[in-house]
Design a protein around this ligand. Structure first.
Ligand code: H2B
Length: 122
């Protein structure tokens, strides 16, 4: 059975619960096995778009002083949000996950399978 979201101490779980559920059920975010974080992979037609998206998120992260773990590949970016202190999901994770979804639209994200790939064309 998938984990339930685990909110950091002091968070308003009553409001944050439905916000996290909508990210999970409607926006394609996945909950970590321990319920403490969320991940999503964004796909792009070019490496340059993938890197530009990463920089868009990096810029907002610097402003908000909340930083994701990101892995950039040739045609995709994995983004993981969690809060280290206090440990668990917070409103910052939710707000910045939404920012990622908006930024992905701006950067022309595509469906999984349509992103750039290595190797010869099929
Ligand atoms: C002081 C500073 O705001 C904190 O260390 C921030 C920095 N960025 C952070 N980023 C994330 N993802 N979680 C944190 O708990 C966190 N803490």
């Amino acid at each position: 059975m998938p984990a339930a979201p685990r909110f950091a101490e002091g968070e308003d779980a009553v409001h944050l619960g439905p916000d996290v559920q909508s990210l999970l059920q409607q926006q394609g975010w996945a909950l970590d096995a321990d319920g403490m974080g969320i991940t999503k992979t964004f796909h792009f037609k070019t490496y340059f778009k993938a890197v530009s998206f990463l920089n868009l998120i990096a810029s907002e992260s610097a402003t908000k002083k909340h930083h994701p773990t990101m892995t950039v590949r040739i045609g995709s970016v994995d983004v993981h949000w969690t809060t280290h202190r206090p440990r668990g999901l917070t409103i910052k994770d939710v707000t910045l996950a939404r920012h990622c979804d908006q930024g992905a639209v701006l950067m022309g994200a595509v469906e999984s399978g349509e992103g750039a790939k290595c190797g010869p064309k099929p």
